[in-house]
Design a protein around this ligand. Structure first.
Ligand SMILES: [Fe+2]
Length: 190
């Protein structure tokens, strides 16, 4: 697997996206590619992909597709750094490079339309611990609502995140106020 390059991964993903009829089809096809990328020689990774930020987890761009069909990031989580409750509004495939990443899920309990921004009721769901080398994925509709972070007190976590668009933002939920809003996100360019 040592000769599986980032270029090969991107080409393969582009073809799999084009050949997929729905997001579930897409993540099912791409998950093995992410697994291969994670468990190969990883020679595509550079020092800038491991940048961290003491204030919050860091998003380091690895590849942004110019036609907006996908984007790949290295996320670096220092001990205790977490996302807010969010969904991405698209599909995604996540692989862990280093450390153990935790994901806690939420389930939408209200019966409003998906687009509602108020009176959103969330129930806590299950938790997933993803060790280095593991791959997980998600699809929209219904939204995959979750928080992700690093519960470890000492070790950083580094993970690869492939999204089905250019990752311009995500929906952030305020569980107490029962609201959600679309928030643009920034990242470190490579
Ligand atoms: Fe997420």
């Amino acid at each position: 697997m040592t000769d599986y390059t980032l270029e090969m991964f991107v080409q393969e993903c582009r073809k799999k996206i084009a050949d997929s009829e729905c997001p579930a089809d897409c993540v099912e096809k791409i998950a093995p590619s992410m697994y291969q990328l994670l468990n190969g020689d990883k020679s595509f990774l550079r020092a800038e992909h491991f940048r961290s930020d003491p204030e919050h987890y860091a998003r380091n761009a690895i590849y942004i597709d110019e036609n907006d069909v996908m984007s790949l990031f290295a996320l670096v989580w220092l001990p205790g750094q977490w996302t807010p409750i969010h969904d991405h509004g698209t599909w995604g495939v996540v692989g862990v490079l280093e450390g153990t990443l935790e994901e806690r899920n939420f389930i939408r309990m209200d019966t409003q339309t998906k687009a509602a921004t108020n009176s959103i009721e969330l129930a806590r769901g299950g938790v997933i611990l993803l060790a280095a080398g593991a791959v997980t994925s998600f699809v929209p509709n219904p939204d995959h609502i979750h928080i992700t972070g690093n519960p470890d007190r000492h070790q950083r976590v580094v993970s690869l995140h492939l999204y089905g668009h250019a990752m311009a933002g995500f929906h952030i939920y305020d569980n107490e106020a029962q609201t959600r809003e679309w928030v643009e996100v920034s990242y470190n360019e490579s």
